[in-house]
Design a protein around this ligand. Structure first.
Ligand code: AMP
Ligand code: MN
Ligand code: MN
Ligand code: MN
Length: 273
């Protein structure tokens, strides 16, 4: 229930992603590109052709105070105006942010990265830190994309540029207005002290969030049990998703993660009968 394509920072086209799902025996897959639903039409055509069920989705970048959260919308209608307008508004800031990331890299001696990062991005308004990471690998500045984040691009590193994304309330509102379900992505990845984490979960629930990811390629296996407990205690539906970005970058392919524990109610119980 969580995968990327070249429409955001994935390496496979929507068609190639669905082909991979068909090859690996996945019967339902969500495409959840960052801040865009542009790939859903192509993915839908490939899914119909190959007999795979596509769950139309999106992963929205959200600012909650100083913390960036990712909120998945599953079963969204990409034609809904409120969602489309909201996503366009958050994409708009990305180019300018990219120029500032390039400035940050130049300050530590890695000059002229903007053009290279843009060349890695299919949609220039979706240029992301992942595209900078790939460009830094290409030019030999780091050994892999993870090192690019660890040395330069992650929060607290020299080329990190704080950015204002969507508000939590509005992101959930766009998802719900388009008929979708709001799912908190990889909750174990946010750097929040326990009191803030509880406040964030309470806000998410109060504002209409219905599910959290428990089993995800972005959690370490030893984190699954904790987020299972959180889902049970807070009354969230549970989701499972590879957060797949492409061969060589994501160790976990769609459909390869362990199943959700039987005590959890999967988010897809809302639509799959
Ligand atoms: P952006 O939306 O431009 O801030 O880019 C965020 C994307 O960068 C995420 O969706 C991940 O694909 C990737 N990313 C963020 N943090 C890391 C990290 N520490 N290590 C590897 N990839 C990361
Ligand atoms: Mn990503
Ligand atoms: Mn994410
Ligand atoms: Mn993701």
């Amino acid at each position: 229930m969580h995968n990327h394509s070249t429409r955001s920072d994935g390496l496979l086209s929507p068609t190639q992603l669905i082909e991979l799902a068909a090859r690996t025996g996945v019967d339902a897959i969500a495409l959840t590109d960052h801040d865009t639903t542009e790939g859903l039409e192509e993915a839908g055509r490939a899914a119909a052709h190959l007999g795979v069920t596509l769950v139309p989705g999106v992963e929205i970048s959200v600012s909650w105070g100083m913390t960036t959260l990712h909120v998945l919308g599953l079963q969204v209608d990409p034609g809904a105006a409120e969602l489309a307008d909201g996503l366009r508004a958050i994409r708009d800031g990305r180019l300018e942010r990219a120029a500032r990331i390039a400035e940050g890299l130049a300050k530590v001696g890695i000059e002229a990265t903007l053009e290279g990062a843009l060349a890695c991005a299919e949609n220039k308004d979706m240029v992301s830190r992942t595209h900078f990471a790939r460009h830094l690998v290409e030019r030999g500045a780091v050994k892999d994309t993870q090192a690019a984040f660890d040395k330069y691009l992650a929060k607290g590193k020299p080329a990190f540029v704080p950015h204002r994304w969507a508000g939590l309330e509005e992101a959930i509102e766009w998802i719900r207005a388009s008929g979708g379900v709001a799912v908190l992505a990889h909750p174990g990845r946010y750097d929040l002290k326990p009191a803030f984490r509880d406040e964030m979960l309470a806000d998410f629930k109060r504002l209409g969030g219905e599910a959290i990811e428990v089993v995800t390629g972005s959690h370490r296996p030893e984190q699954y049990a904790m987020w299972q407990r959180v889902a049970e205690e807070h009354g969230f539906l549970a989701s499972r998703g590879a957060d797949y970005h492409g061969p060589g970058e994501s160790p976990c392919e769609p459909g390869r993660l362990p199943a959700l524990h039987a005590s959890l109610t999967p988010v897809w119980s809302k639509w799959a009968h």
